[in-house]
Design a protein around this ligand. Structure first.
Ligand code: PEP
Length: 257
């Protein structure tokens, strides 16, 4: 983390978990234990159907609310989808785009992710753009090639002013939901390389102010070490965000001097 230049963000990705009732229960427990996060912005990314209830339930809890996907069109015949405008009006501040589960299970391409980034920015959302390599790609030594490709596609046509609204999450696919975390050195190396790429394309100021998160089995035990790296500005956390106490421990791990 480098709190002088950029925000630390601890974001929980609930995926397809929690009903509205469970969302309210989570908020009630957090209200009791959280207080005011000292150094980070805590965020929960919830299913779109939970957005309105979530925003209401967390109103007096210092946690921002976002969601996990949006469509790139404003409206139309896209059964089962929500537009960026819809989730924005329902109260989302952030939206996760390009998560590896959406790429794998819903065939989302890099070009789709690019269109979604533009739609989210137009709607006034802050995208959390996920990039990451498979185990096979890491073993072949093409991690940075893959991430460079994903970033270049996702950010095509995005202005430096707009890039300032984007958070990037480095999520090695092999570490998501597997209990295998990238080592602190592996995560720091890739997050640092992402910042270098942003610097080359958008300039030093934009790169310095961008929050770059690590995601992939981050938990209460490994968070402090990962977050002690200069280029890791927070975490995108799946499983370990589902219990308020565990999520709080990760939030507290960002309270380092
Ligand atoms: C994720 O889904 O973005 C994620 C990092 O999940 P987990 O923390 O469970 O690996």
């Amino acid at each position: 983390m480098n709190r002088r230049y950029r925000k630390t963000i601890i974001a929980g990705n609930w995926k397809m978990n929690k009903t509205i009732t469970e969302t309210k229960e989570y908020a009630a427990e957090m209200r009791e234990i959280l207080g005011k996060p000292k150094w980070c912005e805590a965020v929960l990314l919830v299913p779109p159907v939970n957005l309105q209830a979530g925003v209401r339930a967390f109103k007096d809890v210092k946690i921002s609310i976002g969601t996990e996907n949006c469509h790139y069109e404003t409206s139309g015949a896209f059964t089962g989808e929500c537009s960026a405008e819809m989730v924005k009006e329902a109260g989302a501040k952030y939206v996760v785009l390009g998560h590896s589960e959406r790429r794998a299970y819903y065939n989302e391409t890099d070009m789709d992710v690019n269109k979604k980034i533009h739609a989210a920015l137009r709607a006034g959302l802050r995208p959390i753009l996920c990039v990451g390599e498979s185990l096979e790609e890491r073993e072949l030594g093409v991690t940075m090639e893959k991430i460079t490709y994903q970033l270049k596609c996702a950010l095509a046509g995005v202005t430096p002013e707009q890039v300032r609204r984007i958070v990037v999450a480095y999520e090695p696919i092999w570490a998501i939901g597997t209990g295998k975390t990238a080592t602190s050195a592996q995560a720091a190396e890739v997050c640092g390389a992402i910042r270098t790429l942003i610097r080359k394309t958008y300039g030093a100021r934009v790169a310095r102010s961008m929050s770059i998160l690590y995601g992939g089995s981050m938990n209460a035990k490994n968070a402090a070490e990962l977050l002690s790296n200069e280029d890791i500005d927070g975490g995108l956390i799946g499983g370990a965000s589902l219990e308020p106490k565990t999520f709080l421990e990760i939030i507290n791990a960002s309270n380092q001097d």
